[in-house]
Design a protein around this ligand. Structure first.
Ligand code: HEC
Length: 189
């Protein structure tokens, strides 16, 4: 009984603190405030400051480019985990238009959206990885950008998965390892 009472009191105490935090004096973002000489409540960060986590020093990772050229290599090693993440993200964000195999026949296209090119055409098989990253980051023709919805890391995972799709569409049984070759053989019988 005593314990329950203490607990109840503690609850009241916490509830009381909370209101005070909510009601304290504060400014709405970008509201007028005469405390500062320019009359603006929001402060402009001093020149050349960078918010924590926003340095973006790794040009290849954030833009898919090295200097003015599209990067021909991935900025990180490709792992199985990354490919699986890439497949998941691709099927969420891209497959609706590009189709699950990247042929360009997704459901939205079947319902009338302009048809994207197949990822298996020669030009896109030869395109550098940076091109795919750049298309997602900045958009391309009628395709809008995905930078606000897909993080740079996930965009690279999608690039890796697109490369895997391209490989798989043009693979021969000789490309499989011993285990895979055996599976193919039984599947063909
Ligand atoms: C709403 C439909 C739609 C979605 C979703 C979409 N795309 Fe596209 N994409 C297009 C269309 C349409 C084009 C062709 C644009 C053009 O040529 O004007 C295109 C073109 C492309 C191209 C080819 C660019 C070239 O060189 O021709 C790539 C690569 C691409 N998209 C990647 C992606 C990736 C990766 C995603 C997922 C993050 C994605 N797209 C999501 C519709 C879409």
């Amino acid at each position: 009984m005593k314990r329950a009472l203490v607990l109840l009191l503690a609850c009241f105490a916490c509830a009381a603190c909370r209101r005070g935090m909510v009601d304290q004096q504060h400014l709405k973002p970008l509201a007028e405030e005469n405390f500062f000489r320019d009359g603006a409540g929001s402060r402009i960060p001093p020149a050349h400051t960078v918010a924590r986590g926003q340095l973006r020093a790794d040009e290849q990772f954030f833009t898919g480019k090295i200097g003015n050229n599209l990067a021909a290599t991935m900025p990180m090693p490709v792992t199985r985990e990354m490919l699986e993440r890439g497949r998941e993200r691709f099927e969420i964000y891209c497959a609706v238009c590009h189709g699950r195999t990247g042929e360009g026949n997704g459901m939205i296209v079947q319902r009338g959206f302009p048809q994207p090119p197949s990822f298996h055409e020669q030009r896109l098989r030869e395109a550098p990885v940076g091109h795919f990253f750049d298309v997602m980051t900045n958009g391309y023709g009628v395709m809008y950008p995905y930078a606000s919805r897909v993080s740079p890391e996930d965009r690279w995972a999608i690039v890796a998965y697109i490369r895997a799709l391209q490989l798989s569409e043009n693979a021969t049984p000789a490309d499989a390892d011993a285990d895979g070759a055996k599976k193919l053989e039984t599947a063909q019988r």
